[in-house]
Unconditional design. Structure first.
Length: 149
C-alpha cells in the first residue's frame, strides 16, 4: 500500500518537474505544480512571475486558481498538490485557505519556505509529504541559478 502511494507520488511529481522544466525554458524560476483529484490531474502550472509581471504568479497560486475553476468552488478538499519546491509563505497561506487535503513537495526551501517562517500557515488537516524526487527538484533549481550567475 505504501509502495503504491510512493509510486503515485513519484509519477505526479514527475509531471510537476515537467512544468518546472517549462518554467526554466521560459527564464522563470523553475517551480512546477500539479493538482490531483481522484487520481487525475485537474490543474498544472509553473512560475510565471516574469512573464506576467506579477509577483504572485507562483506555480502554486496559478494551480489553485485553475483547480478551483475546474471544480467550480474555492475549496480543494480531497485534492493533492505536487510541487517541486517547498511553498513560500504566500503560497502556504493560499493553500491553507483552499483547504487542500495533501501537499507533496520535492526540495525544501531554507531561504523562503513556509516551514521556517510560517509552519502553521497550512490548514490543520492538510497532510504534508516532503522530499519526493528531492534530488531531481533540487538539481533543476541549482542548474537554473548557476546559469544566471
Amino acid at each position: 500500500m505504501q509502495e503504491e502511494q510512493n509510486n503515485r507520488d513519484e509519477y505526479f511529481m514527475r509531471l510537476a518537474i515537467s512544468e518546472a522544466q517549462a518554467a526554466y525554458e521560459e527564464g522563470e524560476i523553475p517551480v512546477g505544480a500539479v493538482i490531483v483529484a481522484n487520481g487525475r490531474v485537474i490543474a498544472r502550472a509553473h512560475n510565471q512571475t516574469e512573464t506576467l509581471h506579477d509577483v504572485t504568479a507562483h506555480a502554486e497560486m496559478l494551480a489553485i486558481t485553475s483547480a478551483a475553476s475546474m471544480l467550480g468552488g474555492k475549496y480543494l478538499n480531497g485534492c493533492t498538490l505536487y510541487v517541486t519546491v517547498e511553498p513560500c509563505v504566500m503560497c502556504a497561506g493560499a493553500l491553507g485557505w483552499a483547504q487542500l487535503s495533501r501537499i507533496v513537495f520535492g526540495a525544501p526551501d531554507e531561504k523562503r519556505g513556509y516551514s521556517t517562517f510560517a509552519p502553521k500557515a497550512l490548514h490543520p488537516k492538510t497532510k504534508v509529504t516532503r522530499g519526493v524526487l528531492e534530488k531531481d527538484c533540487k538539481a533543476l533549481m541549482q542548474s537554473f541559478f548557476a546559469s544566471r550567475r
